[in-house]
Design a protein around this ligand. Structure first.
Ligand SMILES: *Cc1c(COP(=O)(O)O)cnc(C)c1O
Length: 500
């Protein structure tokens, strides 16, 4: 496989891709690949199925139901083990608040509303009220009071759904108003994978434009990628990989000049960046204050500190939002409509989101942002002081770093061995930590630094350690092996669904 990778890497990318697809179908190579996959999957096996042999595995319904107390007892034990890493601040992102009193409060709100479903707005008008207010509160955080256009939106199940909906909305508007059949989205390479998913799901073309040396969107290159089919361009505030904010004012001006939409993905930054400037961080406008910004996404289930399963998609003007709705008047099941992709929805999650927002208030979010941004800057300075490491771009609260001298994925593995769960990145190879409130607790940042120093020393002493994610990332980094790694990822998903 290595020789194959080297051979393929010498071909131009488009040829390499075709060659790779053809080669993967040659029986001998196919068998070799399968052996490699099996070996990699065997290595991941234990981490994918830690409960094998320890908990009962149900491949069929138990003949008789298990007693509630027994189920609760088992889940309590499991939760106690699983919460250790995130609660003690060993995890990048994932749990953004995590304070026990906050979680208890959310759980109480969930319990009160557990049967609610906003599809039945007549039965649960309270949930409808919560959702309208979540949208309005988020819109006002993101500049709605500084524009005369109404900023409207919807509550969705997460950042991915917010982005899917926004992209489909632009497509459907272009179909209806411009008669466009083929539609194009222009996004920087650093835009979230959800934009690829949207393009794939809704049969749109996604042009991925390389970013500049500062890892921010290259406005000129984005301009060059806009054609007559283009319905929207994308900017991130900040980007998931490197936590840098794209030049949104320039992108907004470009979008306006070319008559296309601009979606600002603030899934990550929506509840932090609005406070950054007043806290002394330099940051240009990134929201609806800029007339060219026509839609945004902001994840309430990240730095909005709601429970997982909620996000907000926002639009400039009612007319654009209307393309998102679904309505049918000739279905035997009755007059039916839904604002988002789902039909029935967990109203309890919206109630929980509303409660988190109203409980935090502006002051609560500001205070949390101050702590998170300060910790981000602290980590950034500390990482910069480790000679083997290099911080990428100008990070705020997601800090990405690489190494010129070490295999950064071995550093990732060495951090993993010390209990940390950080994110691997590629192009360029790097890792990142998304700072949450967990990392602002006393001692956590210092422990990160100590462990990172130790991990770097370990990799220097043992540069050829085997195992972990390093070989997989290494393989993915060689462009022609791209399809091979995607196939591996699909096998990982298969493995996750295995009952063991
Ligand atoms: C998390 C994230 C998303 C996707 O959100 P999910 O809630 O995981 O679906 C999109 N964009 C950015 C910048 C993100 O950080």
């Amino acid at each position: 496989m290595t020789e194959l990778a080297i051979l393929l890497s010498q071909l131009p990318p488009s040829v390499a891709h075709l060659a790779e697809n053809a080669l993967r179908r040659i029986p001998l190579l196919r068998r070799q690949l399968d052996r490699q996959y099996d070996a990699l999957m065997a290595e991941l096996d234990a981490s994918l199925h830690p409960y094998r042999g320890r908990l009962t595995a149900y491949s069929r319904l138990p003949a008789q139901g298990r007693p509630r107390e027994e189920i609760l007892a088992e889940m309590t034990t499991v939760q106690e083990t699983e919460q250790r890493r995130w609660r003690e601040g060993y995890v990048s992102g994932a749990v953004y608040h995590g304070d026990p009193a906050h979680i208890d409060f959310l759980n109480q709100v969930y319990a009160l509303n557990s049967q609610s479903n906003p599809l039945h707005f007549d039965l649960w008008p309270s949930t409808v009220k919560y959702e309208a207010e979540i949208v309005s509160m988020t819109a006002h955080l993101l500049g709605a009071s500084h524009t005369s256009d109404p900023v409207v939106g919807a509550v969705t199940s997460g950042g991915t759904e917010s982005i899917l909906l926004a992209m489909r909305t632009y497509r459907d508007r272009a179909r209806a108003e411009r008669g466009l059949q083929r539609t194009r989205i222009v996004a920087p390479t650093t835009a979230h994978a959800a934009f690829h998913k949207a393009a794939q799901s809704f049969d749109m073309e996604l042009v991925r434009v390389p970013v500049g040396p500062d890892l921010r969107a290259d406005v000129e290159a984005m301009a060059a990628a806009i054609n007559r089919n283009t319905v929207a361009i994308v900017g991130s505030a900040p980007s998931f990989p490197h936590g840098v904010v794209d030049p949104i004012p320039e992108l907004a001006a470009l979008a306006q000049a070319r008559g296309v939409g601009l979606h600002v993905d603030a899934c990550l930054g929506g509840f932090v960046l609005p406070f950054a400037r007043e806290l002394g961080y330099s940051l240009p406008d990134f929201d609806f204050r800029l007339p060219g910004v026509t839609s945004m996404s902001a994840d309430t289930h990240k730095y909005g500190y709601a429970a997982k399963g909620s996000s907000v998609v926002l639009y400039r003007g009612e007319a654009l939002r209307r393309y998102q709705y679904y309505a049918v008047a000739d279905w035997p099941g009755g007059l039916y409509f839904s604002p988002t992709l789902a039909g029935s929805r967990p109203g309890a999650l919206s109630a929980t989101c509303w409660a988190a927002m109203v409980n935090m208030g502006e002051a609560g979010y500001r205070e949390a942002a101050a702590k998170i941004l300060a910790t981000g800057q602290l980590l950034r300075r500390w990482i910069e002081q480790i000679p083997e490491l290099e911080v990428l771009g100008e990070p705020l609260f997601v800090v990405a770093f690489t190494s010129r001298t070490l295999d950064i994925y071995r550093v990732l593995d060495a951090m993993n061995a010390r209990g940390w769960s950080l994110n691997g990145l590629h192009r360029p190879p790097a890792i990142h930590i998304a700072v949450t409130l967990r990392h602002t607790e006393p001692g956590v940042a210092q422990r990160f630094l100590d462990d990172l120093r130790a991990a770097v020393e370990h990799v220097k002493m043992h540069p050829t350690d085997k195992g972990g994610m390093a070989p997989v990332y290494g393989m993915a980094a060689s462009l022609p092996m791209h399809g091979v790694v995607e196939e591996l990822l699909r096998r990982v998903v298969d493995a996750l669904y295995k009952v063991e």
